[in-house]
Write a protein that binds this ligand. Structure first.
Ligand code: PFF
Length: 449
């Protein structure tokens, strides 16, 4: 089957950034930061991004671009024909199904909230009404499923269209729009009275609150936010052309990703603190309950409240879509390349499976709330398996593979684009993936048990 590539360098960066920037930045990051004490968490998270996230991302790029084939074939070929490494090809498929199934649930909520914002559904509501409305929406057995299904179908259509017509074009339209919305929203949030308390929370670290759990959460957040450890970026990198500077690309994507997360904090925390009586540690409802309240209280039932909330939820929908596209792509790429199934059929089939699994996750907020496995509902269980198990293990294996198994000449050739680039950072990069990253991940991983 002919290998399709991203048509332009900017398209490749935007697609990878589209995968990275998502609900992880705008929904999960403020939740984690709020729960883990604010600025100290932010600093540790940035540390993990640089120390582990970027090197693993670049490693995934190296593997994908070097072999230009399916993940299992890439690992098989680059290991010099060791069959065991072929199993790595299962990670993106298994993790892809799991992550997309629960991600689509929250993506569905964002679409519903964009719809609510569009019909001015928050106007005149009291905080209690907004809170109860969210609870009963999540717990409803039908409504969230419809919105999740819409997201999954749009997602499936984009991926079925292919790499250039679907993924690259989608990222090229949605990512710039996302940046524009973010800038408008940050500016609005700054003008709220009492916004400084939010800035203080985000930028004034209190390290006395840092525990082992904070480290684990920050590492999980860095991995999730950069989409690393699941070989998702290996898949995207198979569509990179040979002249893409992998390290530069990785740093650019990580910078965009971190800036968006910080901007999400700059939108949310000043808004939260400017309204007395709201706490930053609201958990997952921060974005769906606290914010609509903030919009209402800050701007009343004015046109500003309407525009602010509509922009915000549209932004979330787009961020969610560009990431869920990459999740579906890792599944579809497997079935196209390994099983020789056509792209549209693979997209439809995978979408149907995710609809079924996603139904389990969605219902775990409602009628199946009490049905738990290892003390967790399906949604939390899937998130735990992906972010706390597969991502760190996958990330560690990727480092070990590239640092110890693959011929060093291959690594050097990919990082330097066959010797055409100067890469003074190469020894540091190699040291990180050989020693620092695997040991660090292992220690933090073990400490969680
Ligand atoms: N990085 C995405 C986000 O921050 O929302 C989530 C994600 C995408 C995780 C792709 C994993 C993945 F393979």
């Amino acid at each position: 089957m002919e290998q399709e590539n991203f048509g332009s360098k900017i398209g490749a960066i935007l697609a990878a950034a589209g995968s990275a920037v998502g609900l992880g930045n705008i929904w999960r990051f403020p939740t984690e930061t709020g729960n883990n004490g604010g600025a100290a968490f932010l600093l540790i998270y940035i540390g993990f991004m640089l120390l582990l996230g970027v090197p693993i991302m670049v490693s995934e790029f190296v593997i994908g671009r070097h072999s230009q084939t399916s993940v299992s074939q890439s690992f098989f070929k680059m290991s010099g024909g060791k069959k065991g490494w072929k199993l790595m090809g299962l990670i993106p498929v298994v993790a892809g199904f799991l992550v997309l199934s629960y991600y689509a649930v929250v993506a569905g909520w964002t679409l519903y909230y964009a719809f609510l914002a569009g019909i001015d559904g928050f106007a005149g509501k009291t905080p209690d009404e907004i809170g109860t409305a969210f609870q009963s929406f999540c717990a409803d057995p039908i409504n969230p499923l419809i919105w999740m299904a819409i997201i999954l179908v749009i997602n499936g259509l984009i991926v079925a269209l292919g790499v250039q017509k679907g993924i690259e074009r989608g990222a090229k339209i949605m990512m710039p729009l996302l940046f524009i919305f973010i800038i408008i929203l940050v500016a609005c949030s700054f003008t709220l009275p009492g916004a400084e308390a939010g800035l203080q929370f985000l930028f004034h670290p209190d390290f006395s609150k840092v525990t082992g759990q904070t480290l684990l959460n920050a590492m999980g957040q860095a991995f999730f936010s950069l989409s690393v450890g699941l070989c998702c970026l290996c898949t995207y990198a198979t569509y990179f052309k040979k002249d893409v500077n992998l390290m530069q690309d990785g740093l650019q994507v990580a910078t965009i990703d971190t800036l968006v997360a910080i901007c999400a904090g700059l939108i949310i925390f000043p808004a939260v603190f400017s309204i007395t009586g709201l706490a930053p540690s609201q958990g997952p409802s921060l974005v769906f309950v606290t914010l609509p309240n903030v919009f209402q209280q800050a701007f009343g039932s004015s046109i500003v409240a309407y525009i602010f909330s509509l922009c915000f939820y549209l932004l979330l929908v787009m961020a969610a879509l560009t990431s869920s596209i990459s999740m579906l792509e890792m599944i579809v790429a497997y079935f196209c390349q390994e099983r020789h199934i056509s792209r549209p059929v693979a997209s439809i089939g995978a979408t149907i499976v995710c609809l079924i699994l996603g139904t389990f996750c969605s219902l775990s907020f409602g009628i199946w709330k009490d049905d738990t496995l290892f003390g967790m509902g399906f949604f939390d269980l899937f998130d735990f398996i992906v972010a706390k198990l597969i991502m760190p293990i996958g990330g560690m294996l990727i480092c070990v593979f590239l640092g110890w198994i693959v011929d060093e000449k291959v690594l050097r050739a990919e990082i330097t684009n066959m010797g055409t680039l100067r890469a003074p950072y190469y020894p540091v990069f190699r040291f990180i993936i050989r020693y620092l990253a695997p040991i660090c991940i292992l220690l933090i991983f073990i400490s969680q048990f």
